[in-house]
Design a protein around this ligand. Sequence first.
Ligand SMILES: [Zn+2]
Ligand SMILES: [Zn+2]
Length: 457
Amino acid sequence: MPAYQKACQHKVLQLEPSAFAELAGYERPDSRKRLAATTKSGRASANREEKSVETAATAISKSFPGPLVLPHDDLNYEPNWPPQSLRSWLHEKERNKPTSKRKTLYVAGVPQITPVMAFMDEWTRPKIEPAPGKDKDESSEIEDLMSPDTENFVNYFGAFYHGMPVKQFPRQLKWVRWKGEGKASSKASSIPKYVGLGVGDKTTRIRARPSPDGLFKGQLNLDDILDAAIDMLPDDAYSIILIVDHDIHEGEEDDFCCGRAYGGSRICVVQTARYHPILDKREKIDLGHMWPASHCKDYIDGLCAVEDVEPEPATKVQIQASQSGPIRAAISAASDIPAPSTTEDMRALWFARLARTAVHELGHCMGMDHCVYYACNMQGTAGMAEDGRQPPYLCPVCLGKISYAVACELQHGNEEDRKKYVRDRYVAIVEFCERWKMNSLFAGYRAWALERLQEIN
Ligand SMILES: [Zn+2]
Ligand SMILES: [Zn+2]
């Protein structure tokens, strides 16, 4: 890690959208609208004075800052994405309510590569040259990292979607030969046109091709994998997530896709390949400024300068708000974690990223749309660098949806039960993160959740 990154103290925090946001055409819902978005009626009580709404909004930004909206972020490309309030989520026709008969989240672990398909193993590893100065042996240890264990996902979902049962899908998925395999798409690539995804005695045809950017030898068609997922859906499933080690793409034009959900159909897929820590250099990921340190004003100013946005000096309010609160606590905790160096650290980093994406896709299965109110786990993302800057937590609007779905719809509780649910869920998240505190994302999340708990108690 370059010395200047280590030296950055993240002194002033960026808790509002960046100075670039305006240029991008993003207009954040104001504080009254944000408040109203958390209520079932969709209204903020009219007799609350403007000043008290503003004061509350400033206070809450120390826990829940605004989306950063940096150049090439999702909100740069989609600045007018429609907000989904709690009220609009409640009335969403496509949304599946969890019921006592359909409440289980299933996790299907990575399909096993059967011996006849041994060539598919190579497809999971990116084709990159070892870094200059490092010989092949040094980097191959990272290259050969095993993708995270399914059990880790099961445990994380259990905390994040506290109250919903989570189970590993009982059957082992397998990559098998597709009978009418078809000619290889081109001789040089020797990629079969189709491979088979086997579940029990059923096999689904999956289209294959080389990845257009040349990073992976073989890439699989996401829609075909989703077809297999629909067929697998157990009767008691609220939803199912498939984890694949191969690079995937959606449609002919698409280069690649990291994960995708068809929420109404209760299915989603996440790939591990593009999240491999070995790709960080290529993606220009600044490990010292991933969440929570992504809210460092100096870092944000640097990224906005690329678009000729002059940095504004820190205001008194900004300096004041940077001293304490959950985001500050998260940064302090994450800063204590040394940069990942061992293979164990690398695997934890890989898992942390995937865990964040996986709960996002499952969030779509819960009927949640991309969030435009706050920095939030449900924000849309336009690339790996942005992915690393986004938080693992749900903002007040999105948390309102999950707490309502679980505490009220599934458990038939009232508003008091819903408040208790929010506390219990944070406790479950703290317990989970406790076991993963060697990783800066989880260490930060733990510190953040502990502060939140104190605030709401
Ligand atoms: Zn999404
Ligand atoms: Zn949100």
